[in-house]
Write a protein that binds this ligand. Structure first.
Ligand SMILES: *[C@@H]1O[C@H](CO)[C@@H](O)[C@H](O)[C@H]1NC(C)=O
Ligand SMILES: *[C@@H]1O[C@H](CO)[C@@H](O)[C@H](O)[C@H]1NC(C)=O
Ligand SMILES: *[C@@H]1O[C@H](CO)[C@@H](O)[C@H](O)[C@H]1NC(C)=O
Ligand SMILES: *[C@@H]1O[C@H](CO)[C@@H](O)[C@H](O)[C@H]1NC(C)=O
Ligand SMILES: *[C@@H]1O[C@H](CO)[C@@H](O)[C@H](O)[C@H]1NC(C)=O
Ligand SMILES: *[C@@H]1O[C@H](CO)[C@@H](O)[C@H](O)[C@H]1NC(C)=O
Length: 445
């Protein structure tokens, strides 16, 4: 199978020049400022990565004149991202380019007419996606279709009976069907066909999600939010004399799931699964976070929380002295978020968490899990292999923790990396209490 070649490509990625650049940047930052942060550094690397990854193209490419069309993608941001990756991996399986699908801007998923379709390129950069993912998967435009007559329609099943095995058998039948092979357009129909089935390893998902770059307009707003965090942090450090513009300073992001709906849901979940590590109360989260070392107070803690909690000032109370909690309202960036629909608000929050120097989340949240996936993927691309090490001395932190799992050290949460060697997405989709900071966990067995 084509995707077995992933490792070849990843090893081939030019690690040495990147390490040289890392060292250079670290030195530069040490000279420029006493409070280095990853955001700036990461931007340099992503520019570097984007321009170099297409040269290391050893995998089988997909045909660019044969297309796959899929129905509008629905549900929360995370489900939509996963469904997008699945559509692309299905297109790759069929050796086709995926016609740019529509996301759903709103979270309403029962009344189909309220779904507010939003084209892929209203959120993510279409060209950058294709350039970074070149040689693996591709997105196409409807205008590229030469002949709109008679697509081949595939009805994909859903529900419990439509098992993973059945789905794979079905896909293989299509691949082996000569009738389908040469047709320009294959269309998949069905009820949310990409919410359930999973045939692909975590690495393939990571690779595709790593090609998602926000369009400039939204990226600028992400930068605004992060700069605001930086300003507050600098003020607190009483170090307003920064010669550089747009100062970036380290911050921690905590994805706090303590809203009522979640607490009810997770308590039931705990009873069903006989686990007690799914729900964390506010007290537990604050306690575990207070034991994280390497945070230089005073430090801003960005709270990624549900909108319902924005009205509840108690989330801002009780933090350890030196940790300054801010959510989007208190930060004064609610106006930036407010102008966007749900999907983009969530995408901005995702980036703010993903670029934080320290991220703390819940292993039973898909949002948290995808944030950690993106952070792990980036670190590996940068050439770091041992993610259990603390990179403080390099001024690169980028460490993630799970507040719902107690770590080994005196009350601190457990350090958390995505197991990149995992053969499927189950842990990310459904949560797990079996985490480690070793990104090669499954390889160790
Ligand atoms: C797609 O088809 C082309 C040409 O038929 C082939 O060279 C390529 O390896 C195929 N790609 C995949 C992912 O199977
Ligand atoms: C479109 O497809 C039909 C049948 O598949 C074929 O007869 C026709 O020539 C095609 N037209 C073009 C412009 O390719
Ligand atoms: C903090 O800033 C204030 C006013 O800008 C100044 O008076 C004070 O000395 C500063 N404190 C420290 C510790 O630098
Ligand atoms: C900022 O610091 C530099 C060098 O330490 C100094 O020359 C300059 O006057 C300072 N500016 C302000 C506004 O304090
Ligand atoms: C993880 O796996 C990669 C390749 O699969 C290897 O290069 C790296 O050394 C491994 N890291 C650890 C800590 O085992
Ligand atoms: C935890 O995950 C690893 C790697 O995925 C697996 O080998 C191990 O059996 C799991 N442990 C438990 C207790 O489930």
């Amino acid at each position: 199978m084509g995707w077995a070649n992933w490792r070849v490509r990843s090893n081939d990625f030019q690690i040495k020049p990147i390490i040289a650049i890392v060292i250079f940047i670290v030195l530069l930052r040490t000279i420029l400022t006493a409070s280095p942060s990853l955001a700036w550094f990461e931007q340099m690397i992503s520019t570097y990565g984007a321009t170099h990854s297409s040269k290391t193209n050893l995998r089988a490419d997909v045909r660019k004149d044969k297309f796959l069309e899929v129905p509008q993608i629905v549900w929360g941001l995370n489900n939509q991202k996963i469904a997008l990756a699945r559509s692309l991996l299905t297109a790759r399986f069929l050796n086709r380019t995926l016609l740019m699908p529509s996301f759903s801007a709103s979270l309403i998923y029962k009344e189909v007419e309220l779904l507010q379709p939003m084209q892929f390129n209203k959120i993510f950069d279409f060209e950058k996606f294709n350039s970074i993912c070149d040689g693996f998967v591709q997105l196409g435009q409807y205008s590229e279709l030469s002949n709109k007559t008679d697509p081949f329609v595939i009805q994909k099943g859903s529900g419990r009976k439509w098992t993973k095995e059945r789905d794979l058998r079905h896909l293989k039948e299509i691949v082996n069907d000569n009738k389908v092979h040469d047709l320009e357009l294959v269309r998949i129909e069905g009820k949310n066909p990409f919410l359930w089935q999973d045939h692909w390893p975590v690495r393939d998902y990571a690779e595709i999600l790593g090609c998602l770059v926000l369009i400039n307009e939204i990226e600028n707003d992400v930068v605004k939010v992060i700069s605001k965090i930086g300003e507050i942090s600098l003020k607190a450090k009483n170090n307003t004399n920064t010669s550089g513009s747009n100062p970036v300073v380290p911050y921690m992001a905590v994805h706090m799931r303590i809203e009522k709906d979640w607490m009810i849901h997770c308590k039931k979940w705990e009873q069903r699964s006989r686990l007690n590590q799914i729900c964390s109360s506010k007290t537990e989260i604050l306690d575990r976070v207070s034991h994280i070392t390497g945070v230089n107070p005073p430090a801003v803690v960005y709270l990624a929380i549900a909108d319902s909690l924005l009205e509840d000032d108690s989330v801002l109370e009780g933090w350890k002295v030196g940790l300054m909690p801010y959510e989007k309202k208190r930060l004064g960036v609610w106006g930036i978020y407010k102008k966007y629909p749900y999907l983009i608000q969530s995408a901005i929050d995702f980036e703010v968490c993903s670029r934080a120097d320290i991220f703390v989340g819940n292993t039973y949240s898909t949002f948290s899990s995808l944030v950690v996936l993106s952070r792990t993927h980036k670190l590996l691309k940068l050439g770091f292999t041992d993610l259990c090490r603390n990179y403080d001395q390099l001024a690169i932190r980028f460490i993630s923790y799970a507040y719902n799992i107690l770590g080994d050290k005196n009350g601190a949460p457990k350090q958390w990396s995505t197991d990149m060697a995992d053969s499927n997405l189950l842990k990310i989709s459904f949560g797990t209490n079996n985490i480690s900071c070793d990104a090669n966990m499954s390889n160790r067995q």
